[in-house]
Design a protein around this ligand. Structure first.
Ligand code: SF4
Length: 314
């Protein structure tokens, strides 16, 4: 029987700057105002982060009225929120703390500009995801805006008139999927504004590139992240597309698929942008306990410390 001999750790992995900033804002609010602090929606899509904050006195809500009844501050999650939420907060006299990632805000500004220019707008993203609800929710009139997420939808997309087309994308989609869809749109509609520029953020791009690199070394891939995390789901999907024999998305060490790894020699590990590093460290610690002489390698595709993460306007 074979046994695990080499572990490959993706770098970068785990928390991005937007998630780090959002969590810090919640912690700061707890210090400034005391518990309970209300957060609209999960601050980031990670079970451990949400649970830990809940234990410190954070209440996650979907309706602002729940916070208004208690007269407490409300934090907008990193995914952003529609304009209507800000208007409602103002009406309710709520103190809002905005943890929307500046890279999501940049997309908000872009969709508003495209609408002001009278363009038909393609939104590439998952219709029910809070980021897309927030992005589309920046518009007063959505009649020129359509949300698609598959190549098939791109093939059948129709607009009411021949106005020029602009595009925005969800920040956490697969870079390759967005490229495939934009190719179809370009073929069907000709020049579309900013086709070369998807809004996939630097953190998503780096983590996806690192997964592709991991698969060159490792037969199986473990992605640490929650099932409702878009960027974590994409990492698992990309691992399979890139040729991983097995790929798993797990919340933490308690979900490690030990039986499935019995015939695997090389394992790659990464973590979605909302997954804390300590969860990866716990998995590596358990692997070291179980497998003697395990060799650990870092696969580095980018140095995020050197990246300009936020737009100049942020
Ligand atoms: S994944 Fe990208 S857009 Fe989302 S919070 Fe992180 S940096 Fe911001």
């Amino acid at each position: 029987m074979t046994s695990l001999s080499d572990i490959y750790l993706a770098s970068p992995r785990g928390f991005c700057s937007g998630v780090r900033r959002a969590v810090k804002l919640v912690e700061q609010a707890l210090r400034d105002y005391g518990a309970p602090i209300y957060v609209r929606h999960e601050i980031v899509h990670n079970r451990h982060v949400v649970e830990s904050l809940r234990q410190q006195g954070v209440v996650f809500i979907e309706k602002l009225s729940e916070a208004a009844e208690r007269g407490r501050p409300v934090i907008i999650s990193a995914h952003g929120a529609p304009k209507s939420v800000y208007l409602e907060a103002e009406k309710l006299g709520l103190r809002l703390i905005d943890a929307t990632c500046p890279l999501v805000e940049k997309v908000h500004k872009k969709i508003v500009r495209l609408a002001q220019e009278g363009k038909n707008i393609v939104v590439i993203g998952k219709a029910g995801h809070p980021e897309i609800i927030g992005t589309v929710g920046q518009l007063d009139d959505v009649s020129r805006c359509q949300t698609i997420v598959t190549p098939q939808e791109a093939e059948s997309l129709k607009f009411k008139d021949e106005a020029p087309i602009g595009m925005v994308t969800q920040t956490t989609l697969s870079v390759a999927d967005v490229a495939e869809i934009t190719d179809i749109l370009r073929r069907r509609f000709g020049q579309i504004e900013a086709l070369a520029q998807s809004d996939t953020c630097y953190a998503t791009t780096h983590r996806q590139a690192a997964i592709r690199e991991l698969v060159k070394h490792a037969a199986a891939i473990v992605v640490v992240g929650s099932k409702n995390s878009s960027n974590s789901q994409q990492l698992k999907k990309i691992a399979v597309q890139a040729g991983a024999v097995k790929a798993f998305l797990i919340d933490d060490v308690s979900e490690m698929p030990w039986d499935e790894l019995a015939d695997i020699r090389t394992l790659g590990i990464s973590a979605g942008a909302s997954a804390p590093e300590e969860l990866v460290a716990q998995i590596v610690g358990e692997l070291k306990k179980r497998y003697a002489n395990l060799k650990i390698h870092d696969i580095i595709v980018a140095d995020e410390a050197a990246v300009r993460k936020y737009p100049a306007t942020a």
